[in-house]
Structure formats: structure tokens, C-alpha cells
Ligand binder design. Structure first.
Ligand SMILES: Nc1ncnc2c1ncn2[C@@H]1O[C@H](COP(=O)(O)OP(=O)(O)O)[C@@H](O)[C@H]1O
Ligand SMILES: [Mg+2]
Length: 333
């Protein structure tokens, strides 16, 4: 499969007073054309800042301090972190789109939704007024809202309908990559399923890649091909959805998997993960998950594990997993 985006050793920090607090601590992953990558991890683990950093949408006191974000555009390879603002704007408008949990943060409350969708097409695709209006009408039909609502304002829609408007706007320019940051969080289950179906439909139709972000592994599993698990500013495991569920390697992934309600386990109390994520200043050495880990061993307190491939297409950053799987692989069993 052709690679679409490669994130390499991405680092982002926030400076509060005189203290620089690293928030994204060397994140690397890649996504292929047409692939859906789920980025999962509890609130505060750095999912949103990762996605904003990819698009260079970090404002002071935040700052991207290192790494590369290589976007493969036809046969060009472009580092998004090293483009002029103008070049970046062009790529973001035409090739990469983003939707958020709260569509109201991206929709203008005083403009009709039809105008806003049409404007995207006029700016990025240089559509004429008439063509833009026609395409906006088509898009509203496609996302199940209906073209007759072209002249309605954002506040006239329910949360689920607003997210459909956002999807219409996001796919207007037929992006190669859609970054969806908790797009269904806060919506009720039925609406959530409809939005996921819509994303799946457009992913097939347009062949676009999606980075689907959620704190909920159950939701991620419904859409993603592959999952990257984030904890305290790092990716701690990456694998296919199937492998994540069948043989999670990192204790944090194991805890996430066992906290998901499954058929046949209904009514049973869910396991929650005891403890809280470390405060960001505290974890300069050792594994960030150490304080909450049931399996920790001596080295975990003093060294930071890096991602290591245990099985084909499955990597985890964990010394305990290394002693188990690594040991087994090395001894040839
Ligand atoms: N504007 C900000 N100033 C300082 N710290 C921030 C800011 N935005 C985010 N952070 C910190 O960055 C970390 C990651 O945040 P975020 O990416 O929003 O997490 P997630 O999306 O996984 O819930 C959090 O610990 C948060 O406290
Ligand atoms: Mg977030």
C-alpha cells in the first residue's frame, strides 16, 4: 500500500511561565492511502495536540519543537512542518480536512450552511458562485440533510445534523486525508452509528484515508483498520484492530481492551483502569505507565521503553512485553 502521511518523532511543548512542558514526546506513525487509522487514548494523552501539530495549528504558548510530517502528494513528498504558510494553506484546504467534536467551533453562526460549504469550494477549488451552490446542494443531499436546508443557519440543526454539515464541508474538496477528532463523542448511540456509517461511505467512495481519534476503543474499532494507542504523549502500541483485541501487548492496551463491553459480557461490571495519568512534569524518566502498571518490573522505573516490533505489523513500547514475547521470539519457541 502506498504511504500517504508519515509522522516522524513529532514533539510539541507548552511553555507555562518559564517551564516548558513536553506534551507530545516523539510520536511516529504512518498512514497508507485509503487506510483508516484509529488514534485512541484517554483524555489528556495528546491526541488533539498531535492532530493539530500535523496541520501546524499550534499557537503560543504551544510550539512544535521537532519532527517531520511528510505528506505524499502525487509523487512529491512535502514536510508540512517546513512549508510556507501559503503552501500549507493550499495543502490543508485541498488535501487534508478536519472535523471536530463540536462543529460549532468551526461553523460560523451568522452564515447559512449553504454559504459556508459553497465558500470552501470557491476559495479552494475556484468554483463559480453558481457551481458552488449546486455542489453544496448535492453535498447536503449526500450527507442526508437535504438540499432544501441550504439557507438554514447552524443553530437550526441538532448536534448530529451539524456533524453531517461538517462532513459535507470536509469532503467538499475531496481530500486525501480526513482527520476526525472525536466526531461522535457526546452524540447518542444511534446518531453515533449514523455518523460512522457516513464516514465509512465517503471513505470508500473517495478512497480517502482517515485518522479517527477517540478516547473510546470500542468506537475506534468500528471504523479503523489499524490502531495507535496513545498514553501520556507517546504512542505505546500500534497494531491492526484484530491484533489489538486478540493479543494486546502493552498493559495499557490490555486494560483498554478489557474495559470494553462485549457481547456475552453484558451486565458484568466493566474493568476500569485504576490511577490517573501522570502529571506532565513528573515523568521525565521511566515508563509513563509505571505508576499504574500491574506488571511493572525494575527497569520500567528508570528507562523509557521505545516501540519495538513483536509481531508483524504490531509494535509496543513495553519492557514487560519484551521479556515475554521478545524472550520467546529470541529463544525461537
Ligand atoms: N493550551 C494548552 N496549554 C497548556 N497545555 C495544554 C494546552 N492544550 C493542551 N495541553 C496539554 O496537552 C496535553 C494533551 O492534550 P490533548 O491533546 O488535548 O489531549 P487529548 O486530545 O488526548 O484529550 C494535556 O495534558 C493538556 O493538558
Ligand atoms: Mg482531544
Amino acid at each position: 500500500m502506498k504511504t500517504l502521511l508519515e509522522v516522524e518523532n513529532l514533539q510539541t511543548q507548552f511553555t507555562l511561565g518559564k517551564t516548558a512542558i513536553p506534551v507530545i514526546k516523539g510520536v511516529s506513525f504512518s498512514i497508507a492511502e485509503g487506510e483508516v487509522l484509529g488514534l485512541v487514548g484517554e483524555s489528556g494523552s495528546g491526541k488533539t495536540i498531535t492532530s493539530l501539530s500535523i496541520m501546524r495549528l499550534i499557537d503560543p504558548p504551544g510550539e512544535i519543537t521537532g519532527g517531520k510530517v511528510i505528506f505524499h502528494d502525487s509523487d512529491r513528498q512535502i514536510d508540512l512542518l517546513r512549508q510556507s504558510d501559503k503552501e500549507l494553506e493550499n495543502i490543508l484546504g485541498n488535501r487534508i480536512a478536519m472535523i471536530f467534536q463540536d462543529p460549532m467551533t468551526s461553523l460560523n453562526p451568522v452564515l447559512t450552511i449553504g454559504f459556508q460549504i459553497a465558500e470552501t469550494l470557491r476559495v479552494h477549488r475556484r468554483f463559480s458562485r453558481r457551481d458552488a451552490k449546486q455542489k453544496a446542494t448535492d453535498l447536503l443531499e449526500k450527507v442526508g440533510i437535504g438540499g432544501h436546508r441550504l439557507y438554514d443557519y447552524p443553530h437550526e440543526f441538532s448536534g448530529g445534523m451539524r456533524q453531517r454539515v461538517m462532513i459535507a464541508m470536509a469532503i467538499a474538496c475531496e481530500p486525501k486525508l480526513l482527520i476526525a477528532d472525536e466526531p461522535t463523542t457526546g452524540l447518542d448511540v444511534t446518531i453515533q452509528a449514523q455518523i460512522l456509517n457516513l464516514l465509512r461511505k465517503f471513505q470508500h467512495e473517495l478512497g480517502m484515508s482517515i485518522i479517527f481519534i477517540s478516547h473510546d476503543l470500542g468506537v475506534v474499532a468500528k471504523l479503523a483498520d489499524r490502531v495507535a494507542v496513545m498514553y501520556a504523549g507517546r504512542i505505546v502500541e500500534t497494531a491492526s484492530v484484530k491484533d489489538i483485541f486478540e493479543r494486546p501487548q502493552h498493559p495499557y492496551t490490555q486494560a483498554l481492551v478489557s474495559s470494553i463491553p462485549r457481547l456475552g459480557f453484558r451486565g458484568k461490571r466493566l474493568r476500569t483502569i485504576p490511577g490517573v495519568q501522570p502529571r506532565l512534569r513528573e515523568n521525565s524518566i521511566g515508563c509513563s505507565f509505571y505508576p499504574r502498571c500491574d506488571h511493572r518490573i525494575g527497569i520500567c522505573a528508570i528507562e523509557t521503553p521505545v516501540l519495538e516490533e513483536f509481531f508483524p505489523q504490531q509494535s509496543a513500547a513495553c519492557f514487560v512485553a519484551q521479556t515475554k514475547v521478545g524472550g520467546r521470539l529470541r529463544s525461537g519457541q
